[in-house]
Design a binder for this molecule. Structure first.
Ligand code: ARG
Length: 291
């Protein structure tokens, strides 16, 4: 089973490189066509063509950019020999697309390149367990928060008793994802630690398991999944503080119609209790990966 998992990790790492390149290219051609068609519409019907929602309906596709290395939010599985991106963010995005009457396309990018894809019009929205912090809010708009989670510090299980206060991490190497709020949290709240920023989360987990780093900061649902998968990992009793602590969907500034549209789906799903259900389902997939 371990072998199977490491295969998935390896596949994720190599395929993501390929997927990144090719999906970006595909997307550029889609962009060109969709821009053409939307400008055609604007000549005929201005009221329709102005809004971001109208443009998405026109191209029949909602493009969600994500970094699928964050189970249970978004991750890759192999189903019937084919790679598939799943997770509760994807389940929510499917509903957003459904409410707009369009298909969902998932565009895979590195986490630290996600927001740029909005301003370059490669994606309509970014959904990646993303915290709507102040700095990002200057560059993009955010939907309402659709999920709340605290931060946690993953450590080797045999170091759990030793690494149990923020002070105990002095001089230790802390793995964080490049461009994440965890990177900032680590710099601010663990000033005596060495911060190791890596682009892909699976690499951080591999490094932690190999003893190359001493800890990793991730959202609690992510840490819990990894602890179930790898009994040699544990969650430290030490807690970092995260003021923003929630996930929201990022949208290019100036598209209030799209923000409203997305918020209406979030509201519907929250009222139906569907989001909690998606989280349960995504966790089941993560847990089944080890059994
Ligand atoms: N919540 C953190 C942030 O916004 C980490 C999100 C990481 N997401 C991912 N798909 N790798 O910075």
């Amino acid at each position: 089973m371990k072998k199977f998992l490491s295969l998935i990790v390896a596949a994720t790492l190599s395929l993501s490189l390929v997927a990144c390149g090719s999906s970006q290219n595909n997307n550029q051609s889609t962009e060109a066509t969709s821009n053409e068609s939307s400008s055609e519409v604007s000549q005929e019907d201005n009221s329709q063509a102005d809004g971001a929602v109208a443009k998405i309906k026109e191209k029949g596709e909602l493009v969600m950019a994500t970094s699928p290395d964050y189970p249970p939010y978004e991750f890759k599985i192999i189903e019937d020999g084919k790679e598939k991106i799943v997770g509760f963010d994807i389940a929510i995005a499917e509903e957003i697309a459904k409410d707009m009457g369009v298909d969902l396309r998932v565009l895979e990018l590195d986490f630290n390149g996600l927001l740029v894809s909005l301003n370059s019009n490669k994606a309509d929205m970014v959904m990646a367990g993303m915290t709507p912090d102040e700095e990002r809010s200057k560059a993009v708009d955010f939907s309402e928060i659709y999920y709340l989670a605290e931060q946690s510090i993953l450590v080797p299980a045999d170091k759990k008793d030793e690494l149990n206060t923020l002070e105990s991490f002095a001089g230790k190497k802390i793995g964080v994802q490049k461009g994440s709020v965890q990177e900032k949290i680590a710099m601010e709240q663990l000033p005596d630690s060495k911060i190791v920023s890596l682009v892909k989360l699976p690499n951080i987990i591999l490094d932690l398991k190999a003893g190359n780093i001493d800890a990793a900061i991730v959202e609690l649902p992510v840490a819990s999944g990894y602890v179930k998968q790898y009994p040699e990992l544990a969650i430290s009793e030490a807690k970092v503080i995260d003021e923003t602590g929630g996930s929201a969907i990022a949208i290019k500034k100036g598209n209030q119609d799209l923000v409203d549209q997305i918020n209406s789906t979030i509201k519907r799903l929250q009222d139906e209790g569907a989001i909690d259900q998606y989280v349960v389902e995504a966790n089941e997939i993560v847990n089944n990966m080890v059994e």
